[in-house]
Design a protein. Structure first.
Length: 138
C-alpha cells in the first residue's frame, strides 16, 4: 500500500471509530433517560460479513523512499543524536491531548505521516536519558 493510500485508510478508520463512539454515547443517553437497559437491536455490519475474496495477481511493490522530513512542514524529524534517548510527541486526537514517548524513529515517522483532521501533532522533542529535553524539533 502506498503512503498516501495508508494515510487515507487511517483517516477513514479514525472517522469510523469516531462514529462508533457517537453511537455508544447516544445509546448511553437513551439508557439514562429510560432508567436502565434498552433492547437495542444488533445491526449486521458489512465489515462483519465473511465474503470470499477474489484473487488479484500480485504486482511489483514500490517501497516509498524514506525521508526524514514529514508531511507537516513545521516539524522536521531527525534521528536521535548522541546523548538523546527517545522522542516525546504531543498530539491532539479527537479533542484530547496525548503525550507519548518513543525510541523508534520509524514509529514517530509513521505518526507524523498519519496526521489528519482527527490527529494533529503539536510538539516533537528529543529527551536525554535523564528525561530532560534535548531538542525541540517543531
Amino acid at each position: 500500500m502506498r503512503r498516501n493510500q495508508q494515510i487515507k485508510v487511517n483517516e477513514m478508520l479514525l472517522e469510523r471509530e469516531e462514529l462508533f463512539l457517537r453511537i455508544h454515547a447516544a445509546e448511553k443517553e437513551v439508557m439514562r433517560i429510560m432508567g436502565g437497559d434498552y433492547p437495542f437491536t444488533t445491526i449486521e455490519l458489512p465489515s462483519n460479513r465473511r465474503t470470499k475474496r477474489k484473487t488479484v495477481p500480485a504486482r511489483a511493490a514500490t517501497a516509498p523512499t524514506p525521508t526524514d522530513s514529514t508531511a507537516n512542514a513545521t516539524i522536521t524529524l531527525r534521528r536521535l543524536e548522541a546523548g538523546e534517548a527517545r522522542y516525546r510527541v504531543t498530539y491532539r486526537q479527537f479533542a484530547q491531548v496525548v503525550v507519548e514517548e518513543h525510541s523508534d524513529f520509524d514509529a514517530v515517522r509513521t505518526l507524523l505521516a498519519c496526521q489528519s483532521s482527527q490527529l494533529q501533532v503539536q510538539k516533537l522533542e528529543t529527551l536525554r536519558a535523564d528525561g530532560s529535553v534535548g531538542a525541540n524539533l517543531d
